[in-house]
Design a protein around this ligand. Structure first.
Ligand SMILES: [Fe+2]
Ligand SMILES: [Fe+2]
Length: 270
């Protein structure tokens, strides 16, 4: 299968990048399944129901959230009505929605998607992501119940992301990081056959501080004081992500490529 994961969509610019480019990329690259992280798509904080629908209509088969999952309050109810949206698996047990699901890709093939939050340097404490994903991978074996499995490790630390990659190696088609909004240059296939990239990067304006207008973040760094809210930067988006080809029989990765399309970063295609 040909799978694509796109990192955190930030604000209006990120949404426009997805709606303008994703339909064409789906067709051009013959994609079988696309996951898009939408946790910053609405004003940089959370995802509204309306914007979730726009990402799905543009060609996302599944939209993941993250630590900002419910910053937009209508997502609390919308996620219960829209199975194509996932929140972190290791959120509170009482949180609405689910953190892992099996979806149907082209040709009726089954794709497991799961998202876990890391614990290192995160603002709030979350339950152990390693034991959370373990349960899901055990019940959805690659080459058995599912033909592919995509795991998003949503956190700050590259060390924790690499740890998660190796933890799932041989049991997922892809382990990819999100949340830092900056793509790492380490896409590879791990020894057991799992494609890995520590962070996919964001879909947003890179003339910014991680997607936000740079003035307020710089002011806070320089003065230690807060004056305004963060607002998403409005220049052209670069769509960043990870592309993987998998073997349907084993579910393992046969090829992985870092993706950067449009905007300011050097272009990279499959
Ligand atoms: Fe994010
Ligand atoms: Fe995040």
């Amino acid at each position: 299968m040909k799978l694509l994961f796109l990192g955190d969509v930030v604000g209006r610019t990120g949404r426009a990048g997805i709606t303008q480019r994703l339909p064409g990329l789906r067709a051009e690259w013959g994609l079988d399944f696309v996951v898009v992280n939408g946790e910053n798509a609405t004003s940089g904080a959370g995802l509204s129901a309306a914007h979730a629908k726009a990402l799905l209509e543009a060609g996302a088969d599944c939209v993941t959230l993250g630590d900002h999952a419910f910053d937009q309050k209508d997502m609390l109810s919308f996620i219960e009505t829209e199975p194509r949206i996932l929140r972190p698996l290791n959120f509170a047990k009482t949180a609405p929605g689910k953190g892992a699901r099996v979806y149907e890709a082209t040709g009726g093939r089954k794709v497991l998607v799961a998202q876990v939050l890391g614990q290192v340097f995160m603002k709030r404490p979350f339950a152990d992501p390693f034991s959370a994903i373990e349960t899901v991978l055990k019940t959805h074996p690659l080459g058995g119940a599912v033909q592919a499995a995509m795991v998003e490790i949503h956190c700050e630390a590259t060390s924790e992301k690499m740890g998660m990659g190796h933890w799932c190696d041989g049991r997922a088609s892809l382990v990819v990081g999100a949340h830092t909004h900056i793509p790492t240059a380490d896409a590879q296939i791990l020894p057991g056959g799992t494609a890995f990239q520590a962070d996919a990067g964001m879909c947003g304006d890179y003339n910014s501080v991680i997607g936000m207008e740079k003035l307020e973040p710089m002011r806070r760094f320089v003065t230690g004081m807060q004056k305004e809210r963060f607002t998403p930067a409005n220049g052209e988006a670069t769509l960043c992500g990870t592309y993987v080809e998998t073997d349907d029989r084993t579910g393992k990765a046969t090829r992985v490529r870092m993706i950067r399309i449009g905007g300011r970063l050097e272009e990279a295609r499959p």
